[in-house]
Design a protein around this ligand. Structure first.
Ligand SMILES: NC(=O)c1ccc[n+]([C@@H]2O[C@H](COP(=O)([O-])OP(=O)(O)OC[C@H]3O[C@@H](n4cnc5c(N)ncnc54)[C@H](OP(=O)(O)O)[C@@H]3O)[C@@H](O)[C@H]2O)c1
Length: 226
């Protein structure tokens, strides 16, 4: 099976590449900075320098791929700025997917896109989301709306992880709840390596198709980096 991976040079994406090739998948990484993957040498990995917004170019590269996995993400910014990476990239990727005949698309947004109406987030997190994360959250909402409104012909899955941590082990049961943005009943953290495993779980088991899936780890989960 051949996977096209976007955002392959990031924290999550690089781990996804490593796990995927080690599990025997062929991987084509479509990236803007190929040098960032120089340290992963594997016969099943092909790295292609790409403008991810060039639909014709991407469609050609997607030919022969069985699924698209995207870990694209933007850098947090101040609330008065506008972020468009999520919405513009998903439009380009889904347009290219259709052109190339690839139906399976698995991608990431995040939890807390909409503030909890009962204001149950920790005040610092609530302030952080208000001041720094709002442009990203707004664009995640646009991205998910695009998938929901315009992509029912594709088998898409979107995972909404809570904050990433590095804790090991990352194989315990995650809290998985469709269609929510927040619950106070979990830790609010998830190892990024667990998110990678969940993306591959979605692929292998054809799970969560057309799902917008909140994912976190249970309360009591030790998020301290080991
Ligand atoms: N970090 C968290 O705590 C957290 C929590 C919940 C959800 N998420 C979401 O999970 C996803 C992955 O997060 P992450 O921490 O792994 O992200 P990351 O390390 O910042 O990686 C982002 C990736 O997107 C690529 N990218 C950004 N802008 C691009 C552009 N214009 N053209 C091409 N590639 C571009 C980056 O490429 P370059 O390497 O070339 O810059 C990189 O590969 C994101 O959607 C993020 O919002 C993150």
């Amino acid at each position: 099976m051949k996977l096209a991976i976007f955002g392959a040079t990031g924290l999550c994406g690089k781990n996804l590449v490593e796990v995927s090739v080690n599990e025997g998948y062929e991987v084509k990484a479509l990236v803007r900075n190929p040098a960032k993957l120089d340290d992963i040498k594997h016969e099943k990995l092909q790295v292609v320098k790409s403008d991810i917004f060039d639909v014709d170019f991407v469609a050609k590269e997607l030919e022969g791929c069985d699924a698209i996995l995207s870990c694209l993400g933007a850098v947090p910014t101040w609330r008065w700025k506008t972020e468009l990476l999520y919405s513009t990239s998903i439009k380009a990727i889904t347009d290219a997917a259709r052109k190339a005949g690839v139906k399976r698309v698995i991608c990431l947004t995040g939890a807390r896109q909409v503030p909890d109406p009962q204001k149950r987030e920790w005040w610092l997190i609530r302030w952080f989301d208000w001041a720094i994360m709002r442009p990203i959250m707004d664009d995640m909402i646009r991205m998910e709306s695009h998938l929901k409104d315009n992509c029912q012909d594709l088998d898409y899955t979107v995972l909404r992880p809570t904050g990433f941590c590095k804790t090991e082990p990352w194989t315990g049961e995650a809290v998985v709840i469709p269609d929510i943005y927040f619950t106070p009943e979990d830790s609010g953290w998830i190892p990024y390596k667990k998110v990678v495993l969940m993306m591959l779980e979605a692929l292998k088991e054809n799970k969560w198709v057309h799902g917008h899936i909140y994912c976190s780890m249970p309360n009591g989960f030790d998020k301290v980096t080991k």
